[in-house]
Unconditional design. Sequence first.
Length: 407
Amino acid sequence: MAEAYIIDACRTPRGIGKQGKGALAHLHPGHLGRTVLEALVDRNGFDTSDVDDVVWGTSSQVCEQSGDLGRMSALDAGYDVTASGVTLDRFCGSGITATNFAANAIMAGMEDLVVAGGTEMMSLPKKGMLPMGAGNTHLEEVHPQSHQGVCADAIATLEGISRTALDAHAAESQRRAAIAIEEGRFDKSLVPVYNLDGSLALDAEQFPRPGTTAESLAALAPSFPAVADYRHSPDAKTFRELINQKYTDLDIGHVHHAGNSSGVVDGSAAILLASEDYTKAHGFEPRARVVATANMGDDPTLMLNAPVPAAHKVLARAGLTLDDIDLIEINEAFAVVSEKFMRELDVDRDKVNVNGGAMALGHPIGATGAILIGTVLDELERRDGQFGMVTMCAGGGMAPAIIIERL
């Protein structure tokens, strides 16, 4: 199998995902994609006519984010028209999946130079709150799917994980992110976003709250009791009833809130991947190689539990064990996801999300996976580590995963 090398990775800062508050919220999603795609060219000097494809992740493909955002962002960035683009949706896992698809094409020998990444602007107006598969009554009977926040609370209840433990985890995420920002650990990948008139829109993370403590988090009200009892139409089941349809005796305790759930933000990221032949022919110095990729499905009703089996699967594909992995990024969609992951795998917490995670920094859905791959690569270089693993839960009860080796 051919090698797929990571040549570079970059990303925007994450802006608060609310109109009127977010520093990026006034921009078009294609502008964020254009920003990182331009940056890859500026930093690496490749000919965009050599790009075989731009593989992009965007979960909410409606309105401004519809119409193949990857292709449109590449055109906006001035890429040669021969550089095609495709946009995919694996919910939160879209950014990892885009990178995996790009790497897989190179490893199969079908492509030589591919850009992967994603964009999500969560400040765009919301279109309502529906369960996945809404309107498909047969699917709802076979696989009832709820709201992810209610799923997170259900998992915490089933696993006996307390709010105290989740708040402590969230406070630690904020502490680590504050250190990472102060020490400039994100600077290598971070590219500023400018407005069309050339003025600066954002050049630093907007979401973190560095003064957060477990005590301050304890004062926040749970976010999902009312969501659990929401009914999108008179004859529809509530989100709570959808879970209880399968877990009939479960009395869901509500332990997640704004502080121990992922932040609502806007952002974009891009990764440049190349074959060994292209790398040698153009004098690139690869930063990493893709060792293995994997996808895993799990129970759609609880929805958020696939990262653990995905980790097992990608480790087996790589011929590695957890002891071989120097750094792990597991997306903090909700505190219970990463907390359960660390408990179930009995992994050293000092090598998981070492620079904080989405509870502190935010989670721009389709871009997060690509952000995390860049983050783990930067940190492997900083620590002189070798192997990094990235995984995350995704809607529908899925998780993609990837292992990279720093070169």
